[in-house]
Design a binder for this molecule. Structure first.
Ligand code: UDP
Ligand code: MG
Length: 314
């Protein structure tokens, strides 16, 4: 098998038939032997009926149904673990990625790369809550990981399958796979891809996702691997507290230098010191908790998803 396309599906009933049609169309003339793995991530609408229908019409469509909603990364991991293609290409189920880019990504892999990351040069998402945080996060991730890409968050990427075998995905980690792969010697490149407005339905994410991404990045940096909850519980409060400390610190400095207020025994100074200290404590605590959580999960060999049913897998 040349290619496995992996698509996480969470309440995308109107998109499923179009997605299937567009992918089939895009690959019809390529002569590629491919499978389309659609992972139902606990949808509560009629997505699963649509997936079953597609699978009954087209043996190349394979369906993995998860027992509940585990999140995009876990759904992708379920697809990756069941993929048999030489190359694996994940994409979104809402047609924001363009199936016509698939052959182009494959061509880059055939040039000798192990990972080709999509770059949504002309991204069709709102600026303030999606693109702006991404710009900041991308700069940060680029510095932290030393793998310089423009767009880590783009789902559309191509991997040689061996690369995925060595990475365990947790949390919001799908975006860090290129960085992790690079660390073990994979050749990573990026390529501009098309991006469209979501065809039907609504986005599943809000601004809190950016926070998760940043915290996951810290975990990646320290552990080179992942989990979710403790760092997010403590780390989120750590970031808030640290931020509050910076604010009161700014006010303190302003009062001291511009208003000549005495800072001797000034409660604001004490508050600032307290907030900054607590912020750091919370974040470090979260990281430590993360470490033990990860050890716990790994020791149990507990998967991050649970499969209820598979269709068209032989
Ligand atoms: N998704 C999923 N599980 C979730 C949330 C999202 O499988 O819990 C899927 C969703 O169906 C879509 C992809 O992940 O195929 C990207 O989600 P979405 O379009 O909502 O994210 P955005 O494009 O707004 O970042
Ligand atoms: Mg989308």
């Amino acid at each position: 098998m040349d290619l496995s396309i992996v698509v996480p599906i969470y309440n995308e009933e109107d998109n499923v038939p179009v997605l299937h049609a567009r992918i089939s169309e895009a690959l019809a003339d390529t002569g590629l032997d491919y499978e389309l793995i659609l992972v139902d991530d606990g949808s509560s609408d009629n997505s699963y009926a649509g997936l079953k229908l597609a699978a009954s019409q087209d043996p190349r469509v394979k369906v993995v149904k998860l027992r509940r909603n585990f999140g995009q990364t876990a759904a992708m991991a379920a697809g990756f673990d069941n993929a048999t293609g030489r190359v694996v290409i994940p994409m979104d189920g809402d047609l924001q990625n363009d199936p016509l880019d698939i052959p182009l990504l494959l061509a880059r892999i055939d040039e000798g790369y192990d990972v080709v990351s999509g770059w949504r040069k002309d991204r069709k998402d709102t600026f303030i809550n999606r693109r702006l945080p991404s710009i900041l996060a991308n700069g940060f991730i680029s510095r932290m990981t030393g793998v310089h890409l423009h767009d880590y968050g783009c789902t559309l990427k191509a991997y040689r399958r061996e690369v995925l075998e060595d990475v365990n995905l947790y949390g919001e980690m799908h975006r860090f796979v290129p960085a992790l792969a690079h660390q073990v010697g994979a050749r990573v490149t990026e390529m501009p891809v098309r991006h469209h407005e979501r065809l039907h339905g609504v986005s599943k994410y809000g601004i809190s996702r950016t926070m998760k991404v940043i915290l996951d990045l810290m975990t990646v940096k320290f552990l080179l691997s992942y989990s979710t909850k403790p760092i997010q519980l403590f780390g989120r409060w750590g970031i808030y507290t640290l931020f509050a400390g910076c604010l009161t610190g700014g006010v303190t400095l302003y009062m001291k230098f511009f208003e000549q207020t005495s800072m001797n025994r000034n409660p604001l100074l004490i508050l600032t010191a307290f907030l900054l200290f607590m912020g750091v404590q919370f974040i470090v605590l979260g990281l430590l908790a993360e470490l033990s959580a990860r050890t716990y999960y790994e020791a149990q060999g507990k998967p991050i998803y649970n499969i209820k049913e598979k269709i068209n897998f032989v």
